[in-house]
Design a binder for this molecule. Structure first.
Ligand SMILES: NC(=O)c1ccc[n+]([C@@H]2O[C@H](COP(=O)([O-])OP(=O)(O)OC[C@H]3O[C@@H](n4cnc5c(N)ncnc54)[C@H](O)[C@@H]3O)[C@@H](O)[C@H]2O)c1
Ligand SMILES: O=c1ccn([C@@H]2O[C@H](COP(=O)(O)OP(=O)(O)O[C@H]3O[C@H](CO)[C@@H](O)[C@H](O)[C@H]3O)[C@@H](O)[C@H]2O)c(=O)[nH]1
Length: 441
């Protein structure tokens, strides 16, 4: 099939690339000229494991191309995917301005039998509005479907290629057939493609994210309780997870959920419910717990230093909102860096992929951007950990202690064993577990 995929961000680029890898002829379109020029030359604008190789191969083999011009790609397309951003607006609702812009741009170029598929995460009812707007602009009933995306950054290619399920919201057989055909190669392992109304499909996406966010806020609340009552959240988590009705996934306590999806999607769902005169009590609580949790590392640092961190040097490991991505949108590290900068601390940071994004935001307010992990702890008063990259998990604690001025670690991801840190002579604060206090600190 011929596909036009509009928006070449984390979702659009992965979607376009994976569909091209499955043998389709795909053109990816973006308004960002620099991004498109880069992609044409094989420069991938984001870090996502496996993506670069896949883009280059499919581009070289002629199945994947890039343009800024809707007029170039849409007239030939059997399917037009909309994968532009839908960020949070000031009111908390999703900002759909990019979606409306795309609909206006594509309307004059759409083939009569083309199927327009909304992949962006959009509030319930948006698909119907896209259908109405296209009808107004083209003077005919267009094929408009919903096909929300469930990929996670850091494992986006695998999530796309081996989905747990594909959800499609359709209003006619034509859209159903096209989407079934397009996804057939992804569903050979008997994973389902589910057809439903566009409204149900749109709500499925928000409900799934909200459920996952709820699990995270729940475990963070229990973690905070664990700290107060002398329990260990790791034991509690494992004890709970063995109950098959509960399971282990998305029950890791930490610094609250970040990224470009959960925070905005929980708020968009809250906002949608409020506009319909409902009381989204669970969603409000999930958000409130998360906002509180995001400052948990800062509160521990503040308590340890009694509010006085001015002039102290902090090593910071992990800046991305999660491992295996360069994405810093809503990353808990941003809150920590902001606090340290305001308080006049010195900061040395390390992240395998996200340092350039942090440099663009903080510049020389950060004292040193370190190329390797140990450089970031040279002579520091303490180490703070925001992201659970694998390379942080098994340091040589003797070497670490020798490099640090003071052996103090604030760990937002529970990377280390309490007994090992105790024996190594560290003061160690983690999440939902007892603090370890070294004798001399
Ligand atoms: N990032 C994820 O992990 C993820 C996963 C599932 C769903 N989603 C949803 O998918 C959508 C896209 O998310 P993302 O993370 O890829 O966003 P992104 O910000 O990384 O990318 C959006 C892209 O759209 C482009 N764009 C904006 N307006 C345009 C226009 N009028 N024409 C052409 N291009 C335009 C931007 O230049 C940008 O490159 C959002 O609705 C998001 O909620 C994201
Ligand atoms: O047990 C856990 C799992 C995750 N997180 C945090 O939750 C956030 C989101 O993580 P994750 O879900 O792995 O990454 P995303 O790329 O944001 O993916 C989510 O958001 C996407 C956008 O809608 C959806 O497509 C995915 O299904 C959904 O998992 C991150 O800050 C994680 O640190 C935890 O704190 N504890």
């Amino acid at each position: 099939m011929k596909l036009a995929v509009i928006g070449t961000g984390y979702v659009g680029l992965v979607t376009g690339t994976c569909f091209s890898d499955l043998g389709n002829d795909v053109t990816c379109i973006d308004v960002n000229q620099a991004k498109v020029e880069g992609l044409k030359q094989g420069i991938i604008p984001i870090y996502e494991p496996g993506l670069s190789e896949l883009v280059l191969r499919n581009h070289e083999e002629g199945r994947l191309s890039f343009t800024t011009s809707v007029a170039e790609a849409v007239p030939d397309a059997d399917v037009v995917y909309i994968a532009v951003g839908t960020p949070q607006s000031d009111s908390g609702a999703a900002d759909l301005s990019a979606v409306w812009k795309v609909v206006e741009d594509i309307a004059p170029h759409l083939r009569e039998d083309a199927v327009v598929v909304v992949k962006s995460t959009v509030p319930v009812g948006t698909n119907g509005k896209v259908f109405d707007l296209l009808q107004k602009l083209t003077g005919r009933e267009c094929h408009v479907a919903s096909n929300p995306e469930f990929l996670k950054e850091g494992s986006a290619i695998d999530d796309f290629m081996y989905p747990d399920r594909v959800v499609c919201g359709v209003r006619n057989k034509k859209s159903e057939e096209i989407l079934r055909q397009l996804h057939a190669p992804l569903l050979r392992t008997a994973k389902p493609i589910l057809f439903m109304s566009p409204e149900s499909s749109e709500l499925t996406k928000y409900a799934a994210n909200a459920m996952l966010a709820t699990k995270i806020s729940f475990i963070n609340e229990i973690a905070n309780l664990s700290e107060k009552v002398g329990a260990d959240i790791n034991d509690v988590r494992i004890g709970m997870g063995h109950d098959q009705r509960i399971g282990f996934q998305f029950l890791f306590p930490g610094l609250g959920y970040g990224g470009s999806c959960f925070p905005k999607d929980v708020r968009a769902l809250t906002s949608l419910s409020e506009t319909l005169d409902l009381e989204p009590r669970i969603m409000r609580a999930v958000d409130e717990v998360n906002v509180h949790q995001r400052s948990s590392l800062v509160r521990k640092i503040d308590a340890h230093y009694k509010g006085d961190v001015a002039g102290k040097t902090f090593g910071v490991w992990g800046l991305a909102f999660k491992p295996k991505t360069d994405d810093i949108r809503e990353a808990p590290a941003l809150d920590l860096l902001q606090y340290l900068i305001e308080k006049g601390a010195k900061i040395m940071v390390h992240d395998p992929e996200a340092m350039e994004n942090i440099r663009a935001m903080f510049g020389d307010k950060i004292n040193k951007y370190c190329e390797n992990v140990l450089e970031a702890v040279e002579g520091v008063d303490c180490l703070a950990i925001n992201t659970e990259w694998n390379e942080y998990r098994t340091p040589d604690f003797k070497q670490l202690k020798a490099k640090m001025k003071e052996a103090v670690i604030f760990d937002g991801r529970n990377l280390f064993d309490l007994e090992i840190l105790e024996q190594a002579g560290f003061t160690y604060y983690s999440v939902g577990r007892r603090p370890v206090k070294a004798d001399r600190s």
